[in-house]
Design a protein around this ligand. Structure first.
Ligand SMILES: Cc1ncc(COP(=O)(O)O)c(C=O)c1O
Length: 476
């Protein structure tokens, strides 16, 4: 059934079948999701669309209001119903998917979250647009034409040189610009490193049981076996990687701030790691964000001939910058370059180099650190008021609440979703086959814009305070 809408918009809507309301709802959702209906497009009035489609006006009105509630459409005073703009839409789908993915069988999410406490992204509203634009202008003005050619596969020398200084100064990394490889972020770097490991005869990578499933997928995708490392109060249990010929050839760790449990690798284990054979991939995803003391330096400095240091701009700036960096031991440089799949934009690399050189990167990190630190303090205070303790070191953009039972985790995440708060349970970050299945929440206090954080925290606190007795978290 092809329809011409009154406002000049053509849209094919297939409403064949008996469940017209359900059909119209899913057709419109699909049209928005795929971009056939663009953000801010005005939809016809319910009366007009009902007449066009030959269905009851109420049906259309109900469909519109359901899709408004889900975040696909928006009701605008004076201009009727429009297609919601991307931030609203991006929040419309994931909760259902996440719920289906990790909490199948539990209460479905009925409204999209208004408050995003998922971990993963920093506060994107803090992105230093003005300074970044100024850096881009400086970089492009100064760059000779040949800089815009294909260039060095390791990345532009300007950025590698600046990063070598920065990483040595801030993270204690022993970095030679010639051994730095620029990539589009940690995931890209990991993929490239895994290819190099495979090419050099490594077949097993030891990984923390708690972490991103996607990282495990990337490792497995390169044909490497995964050996799981339990995580305790001192960080990853390194002995589980095995020794000698039986040992995993490489380990992927988050030593400065275990993701997502939030512990730091203990000094004894750092020493053990440095003394051990085999390659280590050090994922230093949020190394600049420590709030209670100076951050511990990178493990890489203890064994630069065996540790691949991996950094990213995804937490310090924004994932959309798509820039990351590897500091590679000399013997792995050629295999890494041989497996390199694409390099990031030269313009972006030059911009980041200029951004760091000007001091704007340091200034941005200092400002962000202060803001995240205050947010974490507020979380700790609010939870203390409920008798709950936030676990993990004072660092990064997320913190943990531990529960005694998985049921509490499921109940809290679902209940929170019903109250418009998106927050992850530990389940999302627990590997299949993990030696334990801890219960808890990973609260991404870094995600919401500053103006929304207080309300998001208040909502989460209210959810935790109002749990029925059987679901109330035990006090830690
Ligand atoms: C543990 C961990 N490592 C690395 C990253 C950064 O990944 P990427 O640089 O691919 O965005 C993240 C960001 O979410 C993370 O949580």
């Amino acid at each position: 059934m092809a329809e011409t809408w009154a406002n000049g918009l053509d849209l094919h809507l297939d409403l064949t079948g008996t469940r017209v309301r359900v059909k119209l709802e899913s057709e419109l959702r699909e049209a928005v999701r795929t971009g056939r209906l663009r953000p801010e497009t005005r939809l016809p009035s319910s009366r007009t669309l009902a007449a066009d489609l030959g269905i009851a006006r109420n049906t259309v009105a109900e469909v519109y209001s359901q899709l408004v509630a889900e975040g696909w459409l928006a009701a605008r005073t004076g201009s009727g119903t429009v297609v919601a703009s991307p931030p609203e839409i991006s929040r419309a789908a994931p909760p259902r998917e996440r719920a289906a993915d990790s909490r199948a069988g539990h209460e479905p999410v009925i409204s999209p979250p208004r408050y995003d406490l998922h971990t993963g992204v920093p506060d994107l509203s803090m992105f230093p647009r003005r300074e970044w634009l100024a850096a881009a202008r400086r970089a492009l003005t100064a760059a000779p034409d040949h800089r815009l050619g294909y260039g060095d596969p390791r990345g532009l020398a300007e950025l590698r040189t600046v990063l070598a200084d920065y990483l040595a100064r801030v993270r204690g990394v022993r970095a030679d610009p010639g051994l730095i490889v620029i990539c589009t972020g940690f995931k890209h770097g990991l993929d490239v490193v895994c290819r190099a490991l495979r090419a050099t005869g490594c077949d097993t990578v030891a990984m923390e049981e708690y972490g991103h499933r996607l990282h495990k997928k990337i490792v497995a995708g390169q044909g490497l076996s995964i050996r799981l490392l339990p995580v305790d109060g001192s960080g990853a249990v390194l002995s589980a990687a095995g020794h000698g010929a039986d040992g995993a050839g490489a380990m992927l760790l988050t030593p400065a701030h275990q993701f997502p449990l939030g512990v730091a690798l203990s000094p004894a284990r750092r020493r053990a790691l440095a003394a051990r054979d085999g390659i280590v991939i050090e994922d230093d995803y949020d190394g600049e964000f420590r709030y209670d003391r100076q951050p511990v330096g990178a493990v890489q400095a203890l064994a630069p001939d065996r540790v691949i240091y991996a950094g990213t701009a995804s937490k310090s700036l924004a994932p959309g910058v798509h820039l990351g960096w590897l500091v590679v031991p000399p013997r792995l440089l050629d295999p890494v370059l041989a497996g390199l799949s694409g390099t990031p934009s030269a313009v972006d690399q030059l911009t980041l180099a200029s951004f760091i050189t000007s001091g704007d990167y340091d200034r941005h990190i200092r400002r962000a650190r202060l803001i995240y630190r205050r947010r974490r303090d507020k979380l700790v205070t609010a939870m203390a008021g409920l008798g709950l303790r936030v676990s993990g070191i004072a660092a990064g953009l997320q913190a943990n609440l531990e529960f005694d039972h998985k049921e509490v985790e499921y109940f809290v995440t679902e209940r929170a979703a019903h109250h418009g708060v998106a927050v992850s349970g530990l389940d999302e970050f627990t590997a299949e086959g993990a030696s334990d299945r801890r219960a808890g929440l990973v609260v991404g206090y870094g995600s919401p814009p500053e103006h929304a954080y207080t309300a998001a925290l208040a909502r989460l606190t209210a959810v935790l305070a109002s749990l029925p007795a059987q679901h109330r978290p035990a006090q830690h």
